[in-house]
Design a protein around this ligand. Structure first.
Ligand code: ZN
Length: 218
């Protein structure tokens, strides 16, 4: 039953690849042939959650080659750490900022983030597992929300923590020397966005990194 279901899912993905191929290789613009000849030169790095509902390319209707994307649990940026280790997120940030010289870095958070919720329900996680360790990056955001909204429902606290962790990731980004340097010397912009998937709204963090405001669609 499960194998059959999985196969059906894979077949559906293959049918999707057929449509993609037709669009971008047979009659498409921009075509992948051009992208393969010239290489990639995306202008924007988006750091988004691995959540299956929050695909930055789908949300922004981006074309191939437009976005350099990092996805991880709860769209977090760890603080800069020197030395050895397998720093996948940091490596991708370095490549985007130093090698590709992107002009924008966007942290894209979202409503109903399971990673953020796990901070409020730690028992749901495997003890000492990878997720718990990873989510410790957002511990400070969690504590701050608990102090500021002590009597709020867990749902509201989660919502606030989803936003607060975007700010924390933006601040962590600034601990990377090459990010700081790119911001000062070539005007790299760092933006925070929040996708409320319940309401279908996109919110942006203001220039002071204080409040989120809904982006009004025209
Ligand atoms: Zn998430």
């Amino acid at each position: 039953m499960t194998i059959l279901k999985t196969r059906r899912e894979i077949l559906r993905l293959l049918a999707g690849f057929r449509r993609f191929h037709r669009k971008f290789y047979l009659k498409g613009k921009p075509s992948f042939l051009r992208l393969s000849e010239r290489g990639q030169s995306p202008k924007t790095l988006i750091i988004a959650c691995s959540d299956s509902r929050v695909d930055p390319a789908i949300l922004s209707s981006a074309n191939p080659g437009e976005l350099f994307v990092i996805r991880n649990v709860a769209n977090l940026v760890p603080p800069f750490e020197s030395g050895s280790g397998f720093h996948g997120v940091s490596a991708a940030i370095e490549f985007a900022v130093v090698n590709l010289k992107v002009q924008n870095v966007v942290i894209l958070g979202h409503r109903q983030c399971g990673g953020i919720r796990s901070l409020f329900q730690p028992d749901a996680l495997q003890a000492n597992g990878f997720v718990a360790q990873w989510m410790s990056i957002a511990q400070e955001a969690y504590r701050s929300v608990k102090v500021r909204f002590p009597d709020a429902s867990m749902d509201l606290q989660c919502r606030e923590c989803e936003k607060e962790s975007i700010r924390a990731s933006m601040q962590n980004l600034m601990t990377f020397p090459f990010v700081k340097e790119a911001k000062l010397n070539r005007g790299l912009s760092i933006l925070g966005l929040y996708f409320d998937l319940e309401l279908g709204q996109l919110l942006e963090l203001d220039d002071e990194w204080k409040d989120f405001r809904q982006i009004i669609l025209s």
